[in-house]
Ligand binder design. Structure first.
Ligand code: R5P
Length: 293
């Protein structure tokens, strides 16, 4: 493996412990201004120092990430469909290798849609991207997409991950499932696990822990961090598992401790609360969920 390729991979998967914490903020490429990521600049700024790398589109990287950062960028280079369009799997490569180099990408990320209408197109795109990126020593992270019509069990995910690796992906991002060890064992390159939809914080920490115990090098987590009420506490707790070998209880206790120390929360609890008998007019108030029909 060429020095540049090795060096870039080691920016993403830390060589001292073979672990990775990637923060995913690329969702807008097909979801638009998704909940709690409406203003990417505000979301990214306080979290950037706690992740090993940021998964991002070129538009958000240029407009919302300070060029002075030393956090490596994993640049999403596929797209072409939207959540309201006909078929999410109809993706092409949308960023040239020259632009990726200008953006100093540490890796390129794209999705493959195994089992979908456009699987051929996306798998061929992956092979071509690997060939181009390797010329410049840039690794490729293949995302195995899942959708309503695609499976999410170890049989399907093993198939999708293995196909990605066979096409030359240097890292594969996939979803956690039962018997995840099988997925890891049959994939010859490192696997990183996506967080998925927002779930309770403890469950997301459990997912992180289980993924690593099953052999993943780490997580590429988005919604379960920035859709949390306490994104900094959450990323620190996830980090304690990925890099601190914390178990789920330890990580969740850390999360709660940081939340309780949060001055904003203290201010809130110090504010006088409106009590029902403080209603001077004594008129019954309409609550938001009591809309008249
Ligand atoms: C999804 O389109 C992106 O590839 C995300 O980077 C990926 O799903 C990880 O984000 P989350 O943890 O929110 O699932």
């Amino acid at each position: 493996m060429d020095w540049g390729l090795k060096n870039r991979i080691s920016q993403i998967i830390k060589p001292h412990n073979n672990r990775a914490l990637m923060l995913a903020v690329d969702h807008g490429y097909f979801l638009g201004p998704t909940e709690k990521l409406e203003n990417p600049k505000k979301v990214i700024a306080p979290l950037l120092k706690y992740c090993d790398s940021l998964m991002v589109t070129r538009g958000v990287q240029r407009t919302c990430v300070p060029a002075t950062t030393d956090t490596p960028m994993v640049l999403r280079v596929s797209g072409g469909s939207s959540i309201i369009g006909e078929d999410l799997s109809q993706e092409e490569i949308t960023v040239s290798i020259q632009d990726a180099i200008r953006l100093n990408a540490s890796a390129l990320a794209m999705s493959i849609f195994v089992g979908s209408k456009y699987e051929h197109q996306t798998i061929v795109n992956l092979g071509k991207l690997v060939s181009k990126a390797e010329k410049y020593g840039i690794p490729v992270l293949a995302v195995t997409a899942v959708g309503k019509e695609l499976g999410k069990d170890s049989r399907y995910l093993s198939l999708a991950c293995r196909i990605a690796a066979e096409q030359g992906a240097h890292i594969v991002k996939t979803y956690y499932c039962e018997n995840f060890e099988k997925v890891v064992q049959s994939c010859p390159v490192p696997i990183i696990v996506a967080g998925g939809k927002k779930i309770p914080e403890r469950d997301a920490l459990q997912l992180t822990y289980n993924s690593i115990k099953s052999g993943a090098v780490g997580v590429d987590m988005g919604r379960n961090i920035w859709q949390s009420e306490h994104p900094i506490a959450m990323i620190k707790a996830v980090r304690s598992i990925v890099h601190g070998n914390a178990n789920v209880d330890q990580a969740y206790n850390l999360y709660k401790k940081i939340v309780n120390e949060d001055p904003k929360k203290k201010n809130k609890s110090n504010k006088p609360q409106n009590k029902p008998n403080q209603n001077k007019s004594n008129k019954p108030q309409n609550k938001p969920n009591q809309t008249k029909k």
